[in-house]
Design a protein around this ligand. Structure first.
Ligand code: BES
Ligand code: ZN
Ligand code: ZN
Length: 469
């Protein structure tokens, strides 16, 4: 599908549908009100009505807010792809162009790599009409870059665990590095052993695929800030010997979503040519069972020297991240360190499926995400507070720390506090952990998300990176 930014006057051709977003109030004075009412249209949120004779697609919104427009636009684009028109025109303004691009690109996203007969559609062109192209061009281009990086992340998340295993993940990073002029370093198992990343290696030991640590760097000339992004890249999480029940194992290809998101973020940042140095680290590992598997009762000596008692091999993400965190802190002196992980089912219990959980010590930094970055990007972020009582639940009788808490309540927070044990004192205020277990994947469409990976994290992090002065 092409998306073009055009001047208002260049609109109509025979095959172009005009898309309009209206509230129930605006419906009352709409020139087609009678016809729309006859069709049963009342402009409620996410409802649409095609007026084929006049080539109008009228979309209901509760208010003209960007969240409503994005969601409604996602409904509209699906209807357009199912109809027989070649193109559609949307009026855009500075305040809603990003939401409309997201609705079109993300709401219209289809992943058909595994379909033998992809859906056919005549729909080819989305035309964004504005008063002054010059004034809108930058916002348009950035919105496209971010939406496409989100789709890139979705494609990776949706790829099957057989097709996207840790070595393939590393190859994908190399390709991205080549295309976007990034530096790429891959550590294989030999290098991981040399680095004493025993915890990460233990998780991947029963897999037939070698574990890989990916490090991508985007380095502009005079960076304003240096940022480290870390992603959990479990290409499959069977739970290991603490095997998941059959139903919970389905969708666990999404356990690489944090790693896929940081690839999407560095892609977007490099294409927007931001003045920020970015280091993206991914711990790419597969958690499997077998005679060689790591076990509950094992004690792992992590890269930092801290010892960890394994009480549950399904709490593997933190065992990968603790080594990657330690490595990343030694290699890069960053202003901010953010990690992204489908870390706990408990995060979904706490916040629901739609919201990313943010944890860390800096209230200011957490708030900047919850308020500005998230609200401008349309992603939902909720804060989960650490406390010293929960920290005590990670005590181990045999090692320095246990990989699971002794009580299940607050499981997203205790997982975050486990990671905190590997954040160096001088970096405490610079670090945030994002649990995307709920927000990274969906089997039922919501907002501009369709079945499968959502690309969660890419939009709010891009919006944060753009806002850095
Ligand atoms: N990858 C899972 C978390 C997860 C669950 C992500 C559901 C997305 C959807 C993680 O590795 C895991 O299994 N965590 C355990 C932790 C527990 C053993 C303390 C969990 O959430 O049950
Ligand atoms: Zn697990
Ligand atoms: Zn996992």
């Amino acid at each position: 599908m092409n998306i073009e930014l055009l001047n208002n006057k260049m609109s109509d051709s025979k095959t172009t549908v005009r898309v309009e977003f209206i509230t129930a109030d605006e419906l009352k004075s709409h020139k087609k009100v009678k016809l729309l009412k006859t069709a049963g249209f009342n402009a409620s949120a996410d409802s649409i009505c095609f007026l084929h004779e006049s080539k109008n697609l009228i979309c209901g919104v509760e208010t003209q807010s960007v969240d409503e427009i994005r969601s409604s636009c996602s409904v509209a684009i699906k209807a357009l792809k199912a109809a027989n028109y070649k193109s559609a025109a949307f009026s855009v303004q500075k305040n809603n162009i990003q939401a409309i691009v997201e609705g079109i690109v993300l709401g219209g996203y289809d992943f058909e790599n595994y379909k033998s007969k992809p859906k056919k559609t005549k729909f080819k062109n989305a035309l964004l009409l504005c008063e002054d192209i010059k004034e809108m061009q930058d916002a348009f281009e950035e919105a496209i870059i971010i939406a496409e990086a989100t789709c890139y992340t979705r494609d990776l998340v949706n790829t099957t665990p057989e097709d996207l295993n840790p070595p393939v993940f590393a190859d994908i990073a190399k390709t991205l590095a080549r295309e976007n002029n990034l530096k790429c370093t891959i550590l294989g198992e030999k290098e991981l052993k040399d680095e004493k990343m025993n915890s990460m290696l233990a998780v991947g030991r029963a897999s037939r695929h070698d574990s890989k640590l990916i490090h991508l760097v985007y380095k502009p000339k005079n960076p304003k800030k240096v940022i480290t992004l870390i992603g959990k890249g479990l290409t499959y999480d069977s739970g290991g010997l603490s095997l998941k029940p059959a139903a919970s194992m389905v969708t666990m290809k999404m356990d690489k979503a944090g790693g896929c998101a940081v690839l999407g973020m560095i892609k977007a940042a490099s294409e927007m040519k931001l003045d920020i140095e970015i280091h993206a680290f991914v711990g790419a590992v597969e958690n499997m069972i077998g005679g060689d598997a790591y076990k509950p009762d094992d004690v792992l000596v992590t890269r930092s020297g801290t010892t960890v008692e394994v009480r549950n091999t399904d709490a593997e993400g933190r065992l990968v991240l603790c080594d990657v965190l330690d490595y990343a802190q030694e290699k890069v002196n960053a202003d901010y360190i953010f990690d992204f992980a489908t870390l706990t089912g408990a995060c979904m219990v706490a916040l629901g499926q739609y919201t990313t959980g943010v944890m860390g010590h800096s209230t200011k930094l957490k708030h900047s995400f919850m308020m500005s970055a998230a609200s401008a990007s349309g992603e939902l972020i909720g804060h989960l507070p650490f406390n010293k009582h929960l920290a005590k639940l990670l005590k181990s009788g045999i090692a320095d720390i246990s990989n699971v808490a002794s009580k299940p309540y607050g499981g997203a927070i205790t997982a975050g506090m486990f990671l905190d044990a590997f954040v160096k004192e001088e970096n405490k205020e610079k670090w945030l952990h994002f649990d995307i277990a709920g927000s990274a994947y969906t089997e039922t469409p919501w907002d501009c998300n369709v079945y499968g990976g959502t690309g969660s994290g890419v939009r709010f992090m891009s919006s944060f990176l753009k806002s850095i002065k």
